[in-house]
Design a protein around this ligand. Sequence first.
Ligand SMILES: Nc1nc2c(c(=O)[nH]1)N[C@H]1C(S)=C(S)[C@@H](COP(=O)(O)OP(=O)(O)OC[C@H]3O[C@@H](n4cnc5c(=O)[nH]c(N)nc54)[C@H](O)[C@@H]3O)O[C@H]1N2
Ligand SMILES: Nc1nc2c(c(=O)[nH]1)N[C@H]1C(S)=C(S)[C@@H](COP(=O)(O)OP(=O)(O)OC[C@H]3O[C@@H](n4cnc5c(=O)[nH]c(N)nc54)[C@H](O)[C@@H]3O)O[C@H]1N2
Ligand SMILES: [Mo]
Length: 731
Amino acid sequence: MAEMGPKRSLQTLLKVNHVDGFDCPSCAWGDPDPDHRKIAEFCENGAKAVAWEATRKRVDAAFFAEHSVADLRERDGHWLESQGRLTQPMHLAPGATHYAPISWEDALALTADRLLGLADPNRAVFYTSGRTSNEAAFLYQLLARRLGTNNLPDCSNMCHESSGEALSATIGVGKGLITISDITDYADLIIIVGQNPGTCHPRMLSALEQAKRRGARIIAANPLPEAGFGRYHNPQTARGLVGPGTQLADRWLPVRINGDLALFAGLNRTLVDREDSQPGSVLDHHFIDRYCDGFEAAATSWRALDWSQIETMAGLPRRLIEDCAADVLAADSVIVCWAMGLTQHRNAVATIREIVNFLLLRGNIGRPGAGPAPIRGHSNVQGDRSMGIWERMPQPFLDRLRDEFGFDPPRAHGLDTVGSIKAMRDGEVDVFMGLGGNFAAATPDTQVTETALANCALTVHVATKLNRSHLCHGTEALLLPCLGRTERDRQVSGEQFVTVEDTMAMVHSSHGRLLPGSPHLRSEVAIVADLGHALFGDDLGWRGMRDDYAVIRRHIEHVCPGFHAYEERVRQPGGFMLPRAPRDSRTFPTSTGKAQFTVNPPTAPEVPPGHLLLTTVRSHDQFNTTVYGLDDRYRGIKGGRRVVFLNRKDLRDLHLHDGDLVDLISVNPDGERRAPGFRAVRYPTPRGCAAAYYPETNVLVALDSTAETSNTPVTKSIVIRIEPSDGGASV
Ligand SMILES: Nc1nc2c(c(=O)[nH]1)N[C@H]1C(S)=C(S)[C@@H](COP(=O)(O)OP(=O)(O)OC[C@H]3O[C@@H](n4cnc5c(=O)[nH]c(N)nc54)[C@H](O)[C@@H]3O)O[C@H]1N2
Ligand SMILES: Nc1nc2c(c(=O)[nH]1)N[C@H]1C(S)=C(S)[C@@H](COP(=O)(O)OP(=O)(O)OC[C@H]3O[C@@H](n4cnc5c(=O)[nH]c(N)nc54)[C@H](O)[C@@H]3O)O[C@H]1N2
Ligand SMILES: [Mo]
C-alpha cells in the first residue's frame, strides 16, 4: 500500500495470475487450472514484487542530475532500487560524471553504430534475465544471431543450468516433468531437496497442503530447518487463519551442505540391496528393461559404496537414509523437487543425475504423480530457453531459424555467463547489453566482474529500476527504461499481450493493466525490434513484429518445437502445456533413445581443518539482487543482511559468540577473498556448515569455481575461514 496506494493496490493485485490479468513477475511456480483459481492468486512475495514494480516513485532526469555515478556507487542495492522506476533513456558519455537524457532514436542509433563497428560480432554479449517475455526473448536471440553471435548468456547459467544438463543427458529433455495436479492429486511421496518454498515459491505450499490432506508424505532435505516445512498456516483459508496448521514435512533430513549426492547414492544403494535380498520386490524391472540403459553398471557402483563414507559426506546416519528408503518403498509414485540447494555446487550435475537414477529405479517417470521437478526461479526463465536464449542452442533450432528468416545463424557456441565475464576481463568484448537483470551483482567474483564490465566500450541496460550494474559502466553507457509486466502495452495494432512459460511447461498470456509508469517507457519487444531496425533496416520485418506481437508468435510457431497453433491455444483460458516426451509417452529423446542410468561416485569439497562450507541463500525480503527490506522473518533476522548463520559448536570452536562481528574469507587456488563485517548468528545448521545471504557474498566466489559441465558458479559450497572483524565494515 505504501508503494502503490490503496486503489492501485487492489486494482493490481486482483489481476495477478488471472486469466485476464498478468503473470506474477516473481517466481516460476504454475497456476491452478482456471476453474480453481482464488480471488487472490498470489503470495506475500508476489505482492512485494508487484508493488516494487508498480510503485509511484520515479528516478527521472532530475534524479540523475542530482546524483553523480560516483555518488550512486556508494549506495547499496536496496537504496538504488528503492528510488523508484526509471522514466526515460539516459546516456553516460565517455568521461562524463552524470547520466544525462538522450532520445530513444539517438540511444538506439548509438547502440547500432557501436555494434556495426565491431571487428567481430563475437565482441558483443547479450545477457538476458528470466523476467523477459517469450516475444521479447525470441526477438533478442534473433537480433544477436542476425548480428552473427551466439553470445547469449542468461541468468539460467547461474540457476538451473545444472538441471538442464543432467536431465537432457539422462532423459533427453532438460525440463521438469510434472504439473500441479501431480502434486495435489497423485503423488504418494514428495521429496523436496535444496529448496525453500516458504520464501521462494510460497504458492507451492498450498499445493503441498492439498497433497498432505490427501495422505501424501513429504520429506525435506535441507541443511537449514526452513519455516515452510514446519507448521504451515494457509493464509488463504479460514482454517489456516485460526486452526492448528499443517505440519508439512513428515521427515526433515539435515543434510550437510553438498551432501545430497551421497544421500541419493545411499538411497539407491539401499533400494538395490533390498532388491538383491528379495528379488522382484523393489525395482520396476519392466520399466528398466524396456526404457533404460546402463542399469547394471550403476547397480555395481552402488553395491561397492562404503557406508561410512556416505554417512560422512551426507552428514546423516545410515539409519535415517534407510528410513527414507522405507518411505520410498511404501509409495507408488514419487516426485523429487529441487532448486538452488542442488544446482550451484561443483558436483551439481552428478547429483541431479543421481536423482534421475533414483526415479528410474522404480519407474517414477512418465506416470501420474511421479517425476523430476526442478522448480524454476524467474517467472519466465524456462520460456526464455524455449525461445532460443542459450549460447548453445541445438543445430535443428538454428536450421529452422535460418529457414524462417533466410539468413544463416552462426553455428559455433557462444559465451555463457562465466565465459562472458572472462572475455570482458581479457578485453575481448566491446559491447555488453543486458535485457533485464543485475549482471554485476548476481554473478560471482564481484570485483573481477565489475572491472570486466568497465573494460567494455559500451554497456547498455534495458531495465525497470536502477541497480548496481548500471553503475559498473563501460567507457560509454545507456540506460533504456522499459514497461513492466503490470503495465499496459499499446502498439500500432492496438493493445498487446505477451506470453510466458511456467515451471510446469504451461504457456499462457499476460496482460498488463496499469498505465505505464512514464510516457517515455517502451516495451522490451519494441526496444529490441527498434534496435533490430536500426541495425539491419527492415530485412526481417522488425517493424511488423513490433507493431503486432502476433506476428512474432507466428514466427515462434515455426521455429520453436511444441508451439503449433500458438496464437489460438495461448488465447484459451489458462493457455496450453508444452509436450515433454518422457512424461507424455515414456519416449526418451537421448542419443540412444533410452533413459540413461549413470555412475556418479559421491564427492565432497575438501574442507581444511578450521574451515567451513558456506552456502548463500535468499532472505524472505528479497527477490534475487532486489532487496525489498532488511528482515528475514522466518529465520528471525531483523534490520540487517550481513549475517552469517553458524552452528553452536562451530561458534564455540571459533571462540565466537552470537552477535560477534566477523569477516568471511574464502580460500581458492588463486588466492583469498574477503567479505568483511558479518554478524554471527547461532543457528541450527549442521556442524561445519554456514549460511549467509546472496548477493553480498558473491565477492567470495572465485570466477574459476564452477560446476562440472554446466559451468554454474559454485555459490552454495564455498570453502571459508572466519576471523573476528576489525570492525571497519558497515553492518
Ligand atoms: N521471494 C523470493 N522468491 C524467489 C527468489 C527470491 O530471491 N526471493 N528467487 C527466484 C529464483 S531466480 C530462484 S532460482 C528460486 C530459488 O529458490 P531456492 O533455491 O529455494 O532459493 P535459495 O535461497 O537459493 O535456497 C536454496 C535452499 O537450499 C538450501 N541449501 C543450501 N545449500 C544446500 C545443500 O548443499 N543441500 C541442500 N539439500 N540444500 C541446500 C538452503 O538452505 C535453502 O533452503 O526462487 C525464485 N523465487
Ligand atoms: N551467491 C549467489 N549468487 C547467485 C545466486 C545464489 O543463489 N547465490 N542465484 C543465481 C540465480 S538462481 C539467478 S536467477 C541470478 C539472478 O540474476 P539476474 O536475473 O541478473 O538478477 P535479478 O536480481 O533478478 O535482476 C533484477 C533487476 O532486473 C530488472 N528488472 C526487473 N523487472 C524487469 C523487467 O520486467 N524488465 C527488465 N528489462 N528489467 C527488469 C531491475 O532493474 C532489477 O534491478 O543470480 C544468481 N546469483
Ligand atoms: Mo534463479
